[in-house]
Design a protein around this ligand. Structure first.
Ligand SMILES: Cc1cc2nc3c(=O)[nH]c(=O)nc-3n(C[C@H](O)[C@H](O)[C@H](O)COP(=O)(O)OP(=O)(O)OC[C@H]3O[C@@H](n4cnc5c(N)ncnc54)[C@H](O)[C@@H]3O)c2cc1C
Length: 424
């Protein structure tokens, strides 16, 4: 049911008998959740304050893999890759390019010792990942291996253009009947977690609209939005960077774990990145240009790692920065949210009504097809409100938004690191 206090009252439930659900955030997670909710019969409105993919999803590198050591991460990533492949065949405007993903650790890096057991754990979850001798790697791929102690190859990986995914899913959202309201910033109102203050561009007066459920998938803005309803979540934005180069590159995706740099083929030649800035960033005001130190350090890694670059330098086409989000334990927050015991938690007839999906630690895009699906199934199960079927709930305990005490610290670390994968 959707109600507006400044527009004539309408009761969409009486028209459609479908739950009305607002999704806040038109990035990869929000737009996927909106499509999956609508395809399951919900009456969905997707709010995006700018254009679709205006923030992190439009700035992501599009590195996609399933090489995770933890069981829930591996399962989610496997499902995401399955959907990316399927969308590559069926979603107009979206292309998935299969490409192996190499994890490389240099001589002298203590993380080298952890790679075989990490790979064993990935394989135990059915992921097609193998430890390879660096010299065998050189036989297969055009990359330098002389300084490597160990490497692993994930075969089930690939890459895509993230903005094209969001745009294509946005069109599918229209087709599924989602009301896609871009240029519309929303905020939560203190006191009723499912009443949204809706502020459309163009000078019209803000209105308050009420929904059966609200999903906040607002990336780096998530904590600020939930704070509007008095709800604190430990989701901290931080800045990361990427660049594109005109150097022709037709090799695998490579993560040089020792340098903390990843690279992949790109239509202009090559895309490389990480450049994590280990401090909290202000999502309203951060520098969107790549730093000189980042360009220099990536250039050095490319000279060392990619044969094609040789001594010519990476011929940078563009360097940029965007935001990722960290949490105290490196896992995201996906599920119902609210201060436990507070009457504002939003429980109606036993069902949770306010949900969050954020805190991806640099892996939000590659898992979005699975996360959006999880959110859709979880929200609808929660709205069903059948406590007796709690064991059938799709929500993942490790991602429960209420698992924190509130006094944890958030350490900002590079998302793809070996350490991060092992702690998963
Ligand atoms: C340089 C870079 C490279 C990256 N590379 C990868 C990669 O290779 N693989 C990977 O998996 N991840 C990568 N990431 C991380 C990835 O971009 C994010 O994890 C992912 O895009 C998060 O998607 P999201 O939908 O949660 O957030 P976002 O894409 O940020 O979407 C949130 C949306 O909410 C909107 N919004 C905010 N406030 C409001 C409001 N009040 N009302 C309405 N709308 C609002 C924003 O405008 C935004 O469009 C990278 C990130 C960067 C910056």
């Amino acid at each position: 049911m959707t109600r507006s206090t400044s527009a004539p009252e309408r009761d969409s439930r009486s028209e459609t008998d479908s739950p009305s659900i607002a999704v806040v955030g038109g990035g990869a997670v929000g737009v996927t959740a909106a499509v999956d909710l609508a395809s399951r019969g919900a009456d969905v409105t997707l709010y995006e304050r700018g254009d679709l993919a205006a923030e992190s999803s439009g700035r992501a590198a599009g590195v996609l893999y399933d090489a995770y050591a933890e069981d829930v991460d591996a399962a989610l990533a496997a499902r995401a890759m399955e959907r990316f492949r399927s969308f590559g065949r069926s979603l107009p405007g979206f292309t998935f390019t299969p490409c192996p993903y190499v994890i490389a650790v240099r001589e002298g890096d203590p993380d080298a010792d952890a790679v075989p057991s990490m790979v064993d754990r990935m394989r135990a979850h059915g992921r097609d990942v193998s430890v390879v001798d660096p010299s065998d790697l050189a036989d297969r791929f055009p990359i330098s291996v002389d300084d490597l102690a160990v490497a692993a190859v994930a075969e089930g990986a690939g890459w895509c253009d993230p903005a094209s995914y969001v745009a294509a899913m946005g069109r599918r959202a229209h087709d599924e009947g989602v009301a896609v309201e871009t240029g519309t910033a929303v905020s939560l109102t203190d006191g009723d977690v499912t009443a949204l203050r809706v502020d459309a561009e163009g000078g019209s007066a803000p209105e308050t609209r009420e929904f059966d459920a609200v999903v906040v998938a607002a990336g780096a803005h998530t904590a600020d939005i939930l704070a509007g309803a008095g709800i604190a979540v430990p989701v901290v934005p931080y800045r990361v960077q990427a660049l594109t180069s005109r150097i022709a590159y037709d090799g695998p995706m490579v993560y040089d774990a020792t340098a903390g740099v990843y690279l992949r083929p790109h239509p202009t030649g090559l895309l490389a990145g990480d450049g994590t800035e280990p401090v909290a960033a202000d999502p309203e005001e951060y520098d969107r240009a790549g730093d000189d130190w980042f360009v220099e350090s990536v250039s050095e890694t490319l000279r060392e790692r990619v044969d094609a670059v040789g001594g010519e330098g990476p011929d940078v086409e563009r360097a940029w920065a965007g935001l990722c989000t960290a949490t105290p334990d490196g896992d995201p927050l996906v599920g119902p949210v609210g201060p436990v015991g507070d009457e504002r938690r939003g429980r109606v007839d036993g069902a949770d009504r306010l949900f969050v999906a954020a805190g991806w630690q640099g892996h939000g895009f590659m898992r979005a097809p699975a996360t959006g699906e999880l959110v859709a199934e979880g929200v609808l199960a929660s709205l069903g409100g059948d406590e007796s079927e709690a064991s059938a709930s799709p929500w993942i305990d490790a991602f429960a938004p209420d698992r924190f005490d509130g006094d944890e610290t958030v350490e900002i670390v590079e998302g793809m690191s070996i350490e991060g994968r092992l702690e998963g």
